[in-house]
Design a protein around this ligand. Structure first.
Ligand SMILES: C[S@@+](CC[C@H](N)C(=O)[O-])C[C@H]1O[C@@H](n2cnc3c(N)ncnc32)[C@H](O)[C@@H]1O
Length: 198
């Protein structure tokens, strides 16, 4: 039998090895998996000069993948509530002028942000996904993409979370201004693109 295609990424950002070691040391286990990272890099590469937002930096693996796909004119803002966790990312990636780290609550940031919309939003924490969803979608530019992950059951989901995931999927799929695709792949993803039509 011909084996199925191997979808393990063949190119990793150089910083991922150090970020993984630091995550192990810090006991942080919630970094995106490599397949998701390679999708992030690919989506970022599709947006020359793009404006990119990550909600939930963690220790910076997703940030590193995004940066690896971005061109020199693209800009990334990444927001994290836990300053100690984000400090790992700042140490490894902070010298890259394309990234701005924000320490604080993503929900408050989403409420208060009044700048230009984003071409790519990686919603990887509660705000932008299970809270403040409308606000996060409002910040996606026409033709822009929102990528949401961890939609397959995860160990430690709180009671009732499966129903919240179903509501999120339905909310997104019913919106006439977005086209969405479910991907039963990696941790379970939904990619939603804002229609460029007005
Ligand atoms: C799944 S992890 C992020 C992983 C990272 N994006 C990656 O790809 O490697 C989610 C992160 O969201 C952070 N977080 C939790 N609540 C938050 C909030 N209200 N605002 C911002 N970040 C939050 C957590 O501390 C955690 O680091």
């Amino acid at each position: 039998m011909i084996p199925r295609m191997d979808d393990t990424p063949s190119r990793f950002p150089a910083s991922v090895t150090a970020l993984r070691a630091a995550a192990r040391e810090a006991g942080f286990t919630r970094s995106c998996e490599a397949r998701t990272g390679s999708l992030l890099a690919t989506l970022a590469a599709a947006r020359p000069g793009g404006r990119i937002l990550e909600l939930g930096t963690g220790v910076g693996e997703g940030t590193a993948w995004l940066l690896s796909g971005m061109d020199s004119a693209s800009q990334l803002v990444t927001i994290e509530l836990d300053e100690a966790v984000q400090e790992v990312a700042r140490r490894q990636l902070g010298s890259d002028p394309r990234v701005s780290f924000v320490a604080g609550d993503g929900g408050a940031w989403l409420r208060n942000f009044d700048g230009e919309p984003f071409d790519l939003v990686f919603a990887d924490t509660w705000p932008g996904k299970f809270t403040h969803l409308q606000r996060a979608l409002h910040l996606v530019a026409p033709g822009g993409t929102s990528l949401i992950d961890d939609l397959d059951p995860q160990p430690g989901w709180p009671a009732g979370h499966a129903a919240a995931v179903e509501r999120l999927l339905t909310d997104l799929e019913e919106r006439p201004d977005f086209r969405s695709v479910r991907m039963a792949w990696a941790s379970g993803l939904l990619m939603a693109v804002r229609s460029a039509r007005t």
